[in-house]
Write a protein that binds this ligand. Structure first.
Ligand code: TXA
Ligand code: MG
Length: 356
């Protein structure tokens, strides 16, 4: 059971938070407590990564399975270097850092013994990320130590992209939330494993396979689970343990239309659900929504700019649980570029996937 505590809300200047604004949050982290903070991807639930007691609290507060490792957040390439246990991997880390850090990329490397076992769920590797959000960056810098942080949601829920999402899931279970406004990317970081060559993409995000290839000079391997449906039923060792759990699931059932989607397919799916007496909501791109529908439509963003869909996706997956709908039909997009990350999350959120 998580201890019941009073969760503080700290409002700070998102673009340039002062040390004074972050003082209480830093003190809480230093004392071994949990603080949620904004990053450019999603809100993270942070603990001092070098304090095993503090890190254990993350698993309790989230209800997170102990075999799912945490990402360690740093505020410089030097900090990342100190946590990397294999000299040969440093050149790749530096090349990726040069191109994408600070930013939405997590690099999995062989770890040093300085990182407690509880952080990595006993794996000999660790995921490292230097976040670009000024609040996240300043917080780690002021603490002067790496910060372990998963997304700040209860396990299995959509990741939070607003401070109010964090409070909805974790109020009374953590020391505080730093409110730095909405997260710009809206999807969690891309995770790439560089302990082998070519590196393997374990989770798609804002940094695309094409972006990685441009910098590495070779295509990354795409882990097969990226395209898979919600739960991987297998006795094989799981490369990225996070991949085997149901994720991002709203309470309201989600019917995902695999691409290509047009107005006619949406209408047919809506009619089928309505004939069961269900109140139907539609989650559509701006392009498809233009056709006009006789059910409520929530706008996902533009198909031509999948990053706009990434930005709104988790907020909408939470919104559809407001009691208005018995089922929500969601338009899928082409799984390329940021679309690969969007579809990876949608396939895990979906109750049913309909192909053409
Ligand atoms: O954008 C993000 O990555 C956010 C913000 C807060 O930085 N964090 C985040 O953490 O999404 P989390 O814990 O929700 O997802 C981390 C993912 C999980 O799928 C986990 O299994 C994988 O990264 N991961 C972490 N360490 C790993 C490792 N050593 N090897 C393989 N996968 C790892
Ligand atoms: Mg998560």
């Amino acid at each position: 059971m998580a201890e019941q505590i009073v969760t503080k809300l700290w409002r700070v200047s998102p673009d340039d938070p002062s040390p004074e604004e972050l003082q209480e949050a830093v003190a809480a982290l230093r004392a071994g407590y949990l603080v949620a903070f904004p990053t450019e991807t999603v809100y993270g639930l942070g603990a001092d990564a070098l304090n095993p007691e503090a890190v254990r609290r993350i698993f309790v507060a989230k209800g997170r399975p102990a075999d799912n490792p945490l990402i360690v957040h740093v505020s410089s390439v030097d900090m990342a270097r100190e946590l990397t246990g294999c000299h040969d991997q440093l050149a790749v880390v530096e090349r990726l850092a040069d191109a994408f850090w600070p930013g939405p990329l997590t690099v999995v490397v062989t770890r040093t013994p300085a990182i407690p076992d509880v952080v990595t769920a006993g794996l000999h590797t660790v995921g490292l990320r230097w976040p670009a959000h000024p609040v996240a960056h300043r917080l780690i810098q002021l603490l002067g130590r790496p910060v372990a942080a998963p997304s700040a949601n209860r396990s299995g829920r959509p990741s939070p992209t607003l401070a109010e999402h964090v409070l909805a899931d974790l109020n009374g279970r953590i020391a505080g939330v730093i409110d730095g406004g909405p997260c710009a990317v809206g999807l969690e970081s891309s995770v790439v494993d560089v302990t082998q060559w070519p590196p393997v993409l374990l989770r798609p995000g804002g940094v695309t396979p094409a972006d990685l290839e441009r910098v590495l000079g070779e295509p990354v391997e795409i882990h097969p689970n990226i395209d898979a449906a919600a739960v991987v039923e297998s006795d094989e060792p799981v490369r990225s343990p996070g991949m085997k759990y149901v994720h991002y699931a709203p309470v309201t059932p989600v019917v995902l239309l695999e691409p290509p989607v047009d107005a006619q397919r949406v209408r047919a799916a809506a009619a089928a659900e309505r004939s069961k007496g269900s109140r139907v909501g539609l989650l559509l791109t701006e392009e498809t929504a233009k056709a006009g529908f006789d059910c409520p439509v929530l706008l996902l963003g533009s198909r031509a700019h999948p990053e706009t869909i990434g930005e709104s996706l988790f907020r909408l997956l939470r919104k559809i649980d407001d009691g208005s709908y018995d089922v929500v039909i969601v338009e899928g997009i082409e799984p390329v570029g940021v679309g690969l990350a969007v579809m990876n999350r949608l396939r895990r959120a979906a109750t049913v996937r309909l192909t053409v």
